[in-house]
Every structure is written in structure tokens, then in C-alpha cells.
Design a protein around this ligand. Structure first.
Ligand SMILES: [Zn+2]
Ligand SMILES: [Zn+2]
Length: 268
């Protein structure tokens, strides 16, 4: 039964469609129990100056996003559980900034799309060096150890451009999975990764099965071996992507590996 999703974007990030109500109307038709809205969080000033990244800014967060969440919670009370969150990057040294979001919202998802390497910012979708891969593992582990996050979005995104799983991939995966386990963070099987892989013809093969750069068999086999908990999310960037064919493929992927699936987020 697919009836919850905790990873949902809105028009505010400028690369998704729809507002909270558009997604909630779709969820009501599907008899969903919970929808978590978790658009891309605003980046700290110093960071956003260095990259062109499509996200809401801090002013939009305060003036549009928070009121939109509040209205949605009121409008849909008794119909469906509406939660407010953000998918956000982690950069060390901004604790007050994360504390503010935690005060305002129900939960945070870590989605590490950028790595801070001295003054440079590295895009996770680019070709990553060995040092960059180690930096990804280090950044994510450090982030999860802050306990700010409930879910790690697409933990295996670091292999987007890596076709052949290496010993280093295994080591990076192992460090991330350990950090998730020790901090009670759920590892996400991301349906949008399946969509990207299929639409961009980035399909891989794992022992005769279709594999994806993310969610990836090798990563989640290790997660299973270590008894980590996982959650399946749409990472929806349009209302009709809630529970579509890619969602079903994500569920098939998780069931095929017999992963320990958590369907309800513990907000305590
Ligand atoms: Zn996005
Ligand atoms: Zn996302």
C-alpha cells in the first residue's frame, strides 16, 4: 500500500510545478494518509552567491513558504496529515540557521547536492574525483551526526556518473550507512532517480537486473546487510508524480532487495 510521501517540492524552487494544495488534492484522490512538503531550502547567503541554483530564497521561505504550509495544514485538517519540512544541504558552521528551520518545521531532509571544498563548491552530478567522493562521505556523516535530519535523500547520488561500483564506492556507502544507523536517519529510495535514469538513458545492470545510478543495488544491498532502515519517496516535482509508474518501480526495487521499509516518519 502506497499512502505516504515525505519528499515533495513546490513551484518556489523554480524547477517544480504546483503549490501545496495541488499536491494535496492529488493525494486525497489517492487516499493518502500523509503528505510531507519538503521543498529545497534556501542556501546561506555566502553559499548562494557562488552557485546558480534554483531554490527559494530566505525571504520567500518566510513570506510565502511558511504561510503556504500553515494554510495547507488548516485547509486539509481532518482530511490528510500535512507536514512541513525542507530538503536542505548541510554546510558546517550554520547551526543557528538549521535551528531556525527546526523550530519552524516538522522535519528536515538532508539532500547534499553540493560539497564545500575550501572556497569551491562541487556539484554532486559532476565527475567526482576520489577526494570528492571522500568529501561526500565526510560531509554527509558530519551532517547526520548533528541530528538535524530525519531522512537522507538519495544517499547514493554520488554514483550518478559512476557506472562501475568500486571499492571506494563501497567504503563511501559503508560510512554513510553507519552514520544513518547511529543517528536513526532513514535512507531514501528515491523514485525521481529512477525517472532520471530512464529518461536520460542512464540505466545500469546488476547481475542481469536493471540497475540505476540511484537508487542503486550495490548501495542498498549493503544497507540491507547492515540492517539500516529505508523510506521510499517520490521526490515529486509535479503533482502527477505522486504515486506514478516510477514510484511503483521504487517500491519494486525495495521489495526485491527485501529492505527494511519504514512507511511512517517518527517525528519525536
Ligand atoms: Zn529539485
Ligand atoms: Zn528533492
Amino acid at each position: 500500500m502506497i499512502n505516504r510521501n515525505y519528499h515533495t517540492h513546490t513551484y518556489l524552487c523554480k524547477h517544480a510545478l504546483g503549490d501545496a494544495s495541488d499536491y494535496l488534492e492529488r493525494c486525497l484522490k489517492l487516499n493518502y494518509l500523509t503528505l510531507g512538503i519538503s521543498d529545497h531550502g534556501p542556501l546561506p547567503e555566502e553559499i548562494s552567491r557562488k552557485i546558480t541554483s534554483r531554490r527559494m530564497n530566505f525571504q520567500e521561505y518566510v513570506e510565502i513558504y511558511l504561510p503556504m504550509l500553515k494554510d495547507a495544514k488548516n485547509k486539509y485538517a481532518n482530511k490528510i496529515e500535512v507536514l512541513g519540512g525542507l530538503e536542505i544541504e548541510y554546510f558546517a558552521g550554520y547551526d543557528e540557521y538549521y535551528q531556525k528551520f527546526l523550530n519552524d518545521l516538522d522535519y528536515l531532509i538532508l539532500g547534499q547536492h553540493y560539497l564545500k571544498k575550501e572556497e569551491e563548491l562541487i556539484n554532486i552530478y559532476g565527475h567526482l574525483s576520489k577526494d570528492d567522493l571522500d568529501l561526500y562521505a565526510k560531509t554527509v556523516s558530519l551532517a547526520l551526526d548533528t541530528k538535524y535530519f530525519k531522512i537522507l535523500a538519495h544517499p547514493d547520488i554520488f554514483t550518478w556518473r559512476i557506472d562501475k561500483w568500486t571499492d571506494q564506492c563501497e567504503e563511501v556507502a559503508s560510512n554513510i550507512i553507519d552514520a544513518a544507523i547511529r543517528n536513526n536517519v532513514l535512507l531514501e529510495v528515491n523514485a525521481n532517480g529512477i525517472r532520471n535514469a530512464i529518461q536520460q538513458k542512464r540505466l545500469l545492470n546488476y547481475q542481469g537486473k536493471v540497475n540505476y545510478p540511484y537508487p542503486r543495488y550495490e548501495f542498498f544491498m549493503l544497507a540491507k546487510k547492515k540492517h539500516a532502515l529505508v523510506i521510499i519517496n517520490d521526490d515529486a516535482h509535479a503533482p502527477n508524480r505522486i504515486s506514478d509508474q516510477y514510484t511503483k518501480l521504487a517500491y519494486n526495487f525495495a521489495r526485491d532487495l527485501n529492505l527494511n521499509i519504514v512507511d511512517k516518519l517518527d517525528l519525536k
